[in-house]
Design a protein around this ligand. Structure first.
Ligand code: PSU
Ligand code: MN
Length: 315
């Protein structure tokens, strides 16, 4: 089979998303691991639907990405979204898992890495999520470095996120991004955000106040043939920020519990997230939702700015 036919077969772009892309309108990708492994039912569906609604409010088209029945779906309808949200047994699929999941025609929840792959194949350049994966604490022993970072090094998608949780080693995560040539831009902030908190204690390379400037950098990067993505770090709104000391303590405890219980590999991130939500009596979940909504809004504005630059260039 011709490779283009094979791709057509395995990459199913929802009609609404396809039309928006063909017309050069803004589209924002969303991941599905946050639905299956990042939050539990029914909050996961509520959060996914609200994120899509935020993107629409800003005049862009949302495209939640997931693998269903061995096809990469770009843009889910309400039933598909509910299906993902209700099936916590769906596998978390990162780059290395994708070939077998497709070959076996299974379902899979896409991480930041695989969502970037789907977005890249579909021609979507902006993606909103909560936090990216990174270098785990103790990685010098475990080698646990999220495939998200290597994806950012090679796939041309800008990822709007609230930084990364301190379940990770933020300093090492930023080092790896630097090594791989991934720009880390702070949106209206000098500090690299720490997910639940606005400042992780680390800085960003550049602070940008206007999404147009980020769009310009994306366009230049890709026109110059510099491969890979960008991290757009967008801090949680002040009103929803958590107490750094309290959340820091809960995170330390969750990381220790994961270690003590021998949780390994791809199970670590979901284990820690679920434990945190319980330990904070849902406060971390509430913050998590709000920061995702904020990222969705900023991503939609960025996608609009980028789409408008690209249409001007085409005229
Ligand atoms: N960080 C979060 N929430 C999440 C994730 C990360 O704050 O839900 C998910 C994302 O899908 C991310 C993945 O791509 O976890 C990273 O997993 P790992 O550390 O196993 O690479
Ligand atoms: Mn890992």
């Amino acid at each position: 089979m011709e490779s283009s036919q094979l791709l057509k077969d395995r990459l199913v772009i929802a009609p609404e998303v396809k039309e928006a892309l063909q017309q050069g309108k803004p589209v924002v990708a969303l991941e599905s691991t946050i639905i299956t492994h990042g939050m539990s039912y029914p909050e996961n569906i509520e959060s996914a639907q609200t994120s899509e609604a935020m993107i629409r409010q800003e005049g862009a088209t949302p495209a939640t990405i997931a693998v269903i029945g061995g096809k990469i779906r770009v843009g889910l309808d309400a039933d598909e979204l509910t299906y993902m949200g209700k099936n916590s047994s769906i596998r978390k699929v990162s780059r290395r898992d994708l070939p077998m999941i497709l070959a076996k025609e299974l379902d899979g929840a896409t991480t930041v890495a695989t969502t970037m792959i789907g977005a890249g194949l579909a021609g979507i350049r902006v993606f909103a999520t909560g936090g990216i994966g990174g270098v785990h604490r103790g990685a010098s022993e475990t080698f646990d470095v999220s495939a998200d970072l290597m994806e950012l090094a090679q796939t041309p998608v800008a990822v709007v996120c609230a930084g990364a949780k301190s379940i990770l080693d933020i300093g090492l995560t930023l080092e790896v991004l630097e090594t791989h040539g991934v720009p880390v831009v702070g949106y209206q902030t000098q500090a690299f955000p720490g997910f639940y908190v606005r400042d992780s204690g680390y800085g960003v390379d550049d602070c940008v106040d206007d999404v147009k400037e980020i769009a310009r950098a994306m366009q230049l990067k890709w026109r110059l043939g510099l491969k890979g993505g960008m991290v757009v770090a967008n801090p949680i709104p002040e009103a929803y920020e958590m107490d750094p000391v309290l959340i820091g303590k809960s995170i330390d405890e969750a990381v220790e519990a994961a270690e003590a219980q021998g949780v390994r590999g791809k199970e670590i991130t979901p284990f820690i997230l679920a434990r945190l939500h319980r330990a904070t009596a849902g406060k971390s979940l509430a913050a998590n939702k709000q920061l995702v909504y904020h990222n969705a809004r900023v991503a939609a504005r960025l996608a609009a700015a980028y789409a408008s630059l690209e249409t001007q260039a085409a005229d």
